[in-house]
Design a binder for this molecule. Structure first.
Ligand code: CO
Length: 147
């Protein structure tokens, strides 16, 4: 595994609308993207940019709200009613190579790579194999693709 850029921190929330107010008015975020549904994963997501030294280069906060029928984020919110940090996402150059490396290390990879919120393939690795953190691995967007 070649550790890449920290792309985002996933934060579960019972209300993206309320979280946007927090990130804007308390944390001073000036670039909050339009929320959108990711029905394949049963969630609504909203990206909040943190500043960077170049365009589209900062780590983001990924706000995640469960859509009706969602079980995993809903379960997380039942244990953590205020919401909270849910996962961390690191970039890799090539998703299938990274997946094979984690499997070779005996890590529990959760499912096949699928298209994530940035439109590039992702997979998750079980927190019990990852120092207690749910880790999302994401293929880096190609040059010029932005977010
Ligand atoms: Co994520």
């Amino acid at each position: 595994m070649k550790l890449g850029r920290l792309n985002h921190i996933g934060v579960a929330t019972p209300s993206i609308a309320d979280s946007i107010v927090y990130w804007r008015d308390v944390m001073g975020a000036t670039h909050i993207h339009e929320p959108f549904d990711l029905p394949e994963q049963g969630v609504k997501v909203c990206f909040v940019d943190t500043p960077a030294d170049g365009p589209n280069n900062g780590t983001q906060i990924e706000l995640i709200e469960p859509l009706p029928g969602n079980t995993s984020i809903k379960g997380f919110l039942e244990k953590n009613p205020l919401g909270g940090q849910h996962h961390v996402c690191f970039e890799v150059p090539e998703i299938h190579a990274a997946r094979e490396e984690f499997i070779a290390l005996g890590k529990r990879v959760l499912g096949e790579p699928r298209i994530g919120a940035h439109g590039t393939p992702i997979f998750f690795v079980h927190p019990k194999d990852m120092q207690g953190m749910l880790v999302e691995i994401m293929e880096s967007p190609k040059e010029g693709a932005g977010h």
